[in-house]
Design a protein around this ligand. Sequence first.
Ligand code: NCD
Ligand code: ZN
Length: 351
Amino acid sequence: MRTLTLTRPDDWHIHLRDGDYLCQTVKDVARQFGRAIVMPNLSPPVSTVADAAAYRGRILDCVPSGDAFEPLMTLYLTPGTTIDDIAAASSADFVAGCKLYPAGATTNSDAGVSAITDLYPIFEAMQKGQLPLLIHGEVTDPTVDIFDREARFIDESLDPIRRQFPELKIVFEHITTREAVDYVRGQSPHLAATITAHHLLYDRTDMLGSGMKPILFCLPILKRDSHQRALIDAATSGDPSFFLGTDSAPHPRSKKENACGCAAGCYTAHAGIELYAEVFDAAGHLDRLEAFASHFGPDFYGMARNQSQITLVEEPWTAPQTLPFGNEQLMPLRGGEVIRWQMMQTPVAPS
Ligand code: NCD
Ligand code: ZN
């Protein structure tokens, strides 16, 4: 039986939600990951350091005893974000960056920004304060085909931001296209991209080819298989510009399996690292999983790598079909199906 021991990984992009949902998501992420960058798209959004501090406290209250998990917080950029908000964020050590949502691009993005250039004074302050900018990179023009929205964003918004603010650290989140891979690859130590497990495992034919599968609907939407292959090549290449961000984004079953429109987001926190292990193994590059999952993220953000380790074992298991989610049900990715790798449980230290 093959095993793989690696530095404990971090998740550089996750949605934990709040309220009755929070302790379920925190339990899952804290089991595997040392740290996670927590997305701010609550309703209302986490847009100030005070909001982030309060949300962080609620997350920490949910961390199971025995798990050492550190939430890294983000602020949601809105048209009302001020230079003072950025100054406060730069000096708050628990805030890792600010998230740009083009208004209307995805779940809970209504509070986001329509005119990105209006934020240039904010980007200037972020560059000065060395605060990374995390971007949901899709244009929102409804006349642009949904499969083209990421590629269009590169030319229309991302490249102009990069030229104007070359020293600003930017993470192009959850990339899904060959164009994004080509844009990010080896360009600059200030530009990186996260890649999700589901975009590495699936393409649009998996989602639409044999009955529409709400469980695979997320944004940016799954693309054709040539893009999936470009993502796999990038993730497993050993290029430090690409690192792990699950974009695990839970929605109750009633909102996913809904004839009036399926909520966008895939839940992968129950098996985050195991799903990536499958991809790296299938690509013949299991030896490169550790760098992608545990080294390149902290290196980019200027943080220390985790000290502890986890061990994965090639022992197939069946993921639960449903998980509790407040008073509702959550359908995790691969629910009821076999996942080839699993993380060995370390005994919880007695308190
Ligand atoms: C995310 C969510 O549900 O919050 N949904 C998704 O499809 N990925 C938002 C996001 O990251 O786009
Ligand atoms: Zn996300």
